[in-house]
Every structure is written in C-alpha cells, then in structure tokens.
Design a protein around this ligand. Sequence first.
Ligand code: CAA
Ligand code: FAD
Length: 378
Amino acid sequence: MDFNLTEEHLMIQQAAKDFAAAELLPGVIERDEHSKFPTEQVKMMGELGFMGMMVDPKYGGSGLDSVSYVLAMTEIAKVDASAAVIMSVNNSLVCAGMEKYCSEEQKMKYLVPLAKGEVIGAFCLSEPEAGSDATSQKTTAIDKGDYYLLNGTKNWITNGSTASTYLVIAQTDVEKGHKGINAFIVERGWAGFEIGPKEKKMGIRGSDTHSLMFTDVKVPKENRIGADGFGFSFAMNVLNGGRIGIASQALGIATGAYELALKYSKERKAFGKEIFNHQAIAFKLADMYVKVTAAKLLVMKAAAEKDEGKDIAHSGAMAKLYASEIALEVANEAVQIHGGNGYVAEYHVERMMRDSKITQIYEGTSEIQRIVISRGLI
Ligand code: CAA
Ligand code: FAD
C-alpha cells in the first residue's frame, strides 16, 4: 500500500521497526510473564524521540506529524503492545493535551521533560463509578482560593505507578454538571496522593495499571488547565486524538499476528504439504489480510485528517472501533493457524490475543465508539 509516505515517514517507520526488533522483542515474553514494566526500553524510546513525537521541538518533542506517530506506534505494537500503550498515553493523551491546552508556564515546567521522555505522564479520567459515563465524576476539587483541594479515587490508570505527572479530571461544581469539571496537573509525591496496588491483568501485562487515591491533595491554582469549567471538553478533545493512538496499537497487534501466522503457515507441514496450501488456512489468511488492510486505511485516514487540522472525533472513533474489533479476530485466527503452538507463549500469538482484548475497552469501549459514530451521522 502506498499512502504517499515521504522519505521521513519511511525512515521513522524503519527506526521504530528496528528498535522493536532489537530492544523490545528479546524480553517481551518474560515481561508479560512477570508483569514487568519495560523501564530500560521506555528510557530508550525517550532518547529516540518516540515519547513526544508530535510535540514542537521548542517543547522538547520531535515535531513530527500524526502519520509518523501512527507508523511508529504500529511497529512498536506489532512486537510489544504494552510498550505501545505506555507510548500512546504519553504522546497522544498527555503531551498532546498539554501542548494544545496548557499555558506557556505549564508547558515549560511539565511538557518539556515529558516530551523528551525524561519522565512519563498519566491521564486520569476513569473512576470506580465513572467509566463510560465519564460526566459522572465523583472526584472533587474544591476551590480554596489559591489552591484546589482534591479528593477521590481514579481507577485503571495506565502508567499509574511509573508516571511523574498526572492529568487529573475532577468535579469542581456539581451544580454545573459537565461544565463544572476541571483538569489539573498533579505531581507524584504530593501529600495525600497515594498509589494503589498494581492490577493483575489478562493482557498488556508489561504496562502498569493502578488506582490512585487523593485525600486533601492541595493543587495550586496555576495547575488548572484552561478556563474554569473546561475540564470535560479537555478530556473529550484529548481522547479524540488518543483514540487514533489506540487504533494504531490495535492495528499493530493485528498486523503482527497476521505476519506470524503467514510465516508459520509456509513452514508448518501437515498431510504432506505446507498448511498454507490447505485452502481453509489460506482463506483464513486472506480474510485476516483484508481486515488488517481495511483497519490500516481507517487509521491512516484518521491520522491524515488530524494532520490536516480536521475534526477527528468521528474518524478516530471509526479507526479505533474497527481496528480493535479486528485485532481480536485476527489474533484469534493466528492462534488457530499455529495449532497447539499457538497456545504457548513461545510463539507470541497467544499473548497478542490477550493483549488485543483491551483495545475494545479502554479510551472508550466499542459501544461508546458506536455512540460517537452514530451521533456523528446526524
Ligand atoms: N469531542 C469533543 N467534545 C465532546 C465529545 C467529543 N468526542 N463527546 C462529547 N463532547 C462534549 C459535548 O459536545 C458536550 O459538550 P457541550 O455540552 O458543551 O456541547 C459534552 O462533551 C457532554 O457530551 P454529551 O452530552 O454527549 O455527554 P454524554 O454523557 O451523553 O456522553 C460520552 C459522552 C461520549 C459517552 C463520553 O462520556 C465518553 O467519551 N465516554 C468514554 C470515556 C472514555 O473514553 N474514557 C477513556 C479514559 S482514558 C483511557 O482509557 C486511557 C487508556 O486506557 C490508555
Ligand atoms: P462501564 O462504563 O461500566 O461499562 C460496562 C459495559 O457497559 C461496557 O461493555 C460498556 O460498553 C457498556 N456500556 C456503558 N454505557 C453504555 C451505553 N450508554 N450504551 C451501551 N453500552 C454501554 N482510564 C483512564 O482514565 N486512564 C487510563 O490510563 C486508563 N487505562 C486503562 C487501562 C486498562 C488496562 C483498563 C482495563 C482500563 C483503563 N482505563 C483508563 C479505564 C477505561 O477507559 C474504562 O475501563 C472504560 O472507559 C470503560 O469504563 P468501565 O470499565 O467503567 O465500564
């Protein structure tokens, strides 16, 4: 497929591919088995410019477009979906949200180290009673003059224990509903900020997911993002772009599983011939290829539209919905094509199948994407 990619796009794609093969692949099975965060690898990703890819170089980023980001994300996710989600949250939620909506002072203080990959960020919207129904925020931030007093619990936070900078959404005025929600920059280590135990997950076990507890945390006024009441709009607009990141993660998992299955089908023999030459297997691979290609088209379309400055709420949701649905289907078929070998860690596809499931849940479930898409139709 030729998407009129430039020399620069191809170079970035190759750099991500080389990095994934050299640095992520060797320990990926072990990290999954022991739920081990890829600390060294994430540090290297920062040094290579993968943690703040779309941020202007004046704020420490690589100054690249969304197409470059999607290409790199896909290559990383093909090999290690955990590293990909760590990268996605830092790039398309935290850095992108800060660059677009934070003040100059906030950017200089917080965005620069995040974009350079010196520290990691987390995006904290979900709560025990507010997941899909994100306007039902129970975490409160009460205006106390020159600071806000933050109380509440956030659930399922990616980079929960490894981040230094947390973007926290909270209700400041219940009467105003979603227009009484604000977003704040919160630092790790502030008094009253506690990190809960690590979640034991089905997949993406290399990424750390935690609940966060805030008890009378004093957040300085200057750490509020944007005008009073802007927080929900901030979260929704940031998520529109974030969903392209998760769509690329799903596309990467699907592509990786398809490529491994194709390779295996040409090597494994049964009934005197390579299993690819059994039409049942060849047809599975044909369907997998069609799905991966269609997902790629949607993901690239959303990224290209973002680069053109278009509203990407609709195209990002379509890319995320489709790529995440096919990622599980394709990974499942990849396991089937591998037979018994597909069921063991060594062949990677069982991990990919487990990793793919989360892409249908986070950054808005498939049902929520359908709400966004259907609302866009009218
Ligand atoms: N873009 C911009 N603004 C949006 C928007 C979008 N996609 N969706 C809603 N809004 C705005 C609306 O315009 C409205 O604002 P106004 O009143 O000013 O017009 C406001 O938000 C409220 O919208 P709705 O009335 O439509 O609210 P709702 O409660 O009916 O539904 C929802 C909103 C779309 C379901 C939303 O709650 C949602 O997206 N939920 C999913 C939450 C989510 O994606 N969480 C992800 C957490 S982060 C994460 O998961 C990271 C990770 O894993 C790695
Ligand atoms: P619920 O909202 O309770 O949904 C339960 C089911 O009901 C789902 O199938 C849902 O689609 C369906 N449903 C709900 N409402 C409707 C409706 N109106 N119409 C049709 N169906 C509906 N959140 C963050 O803020 N930051 C993070 O970094 C983050 N990382 C995560 C990492 C992991 C590993 C996981 C598991 C979650 C993460 N999340 C994060 C939370 C994630 O975004 C939420 O789990 C997700 O938005 C769904 O919310 P919920 O779990 O409360 O499910």
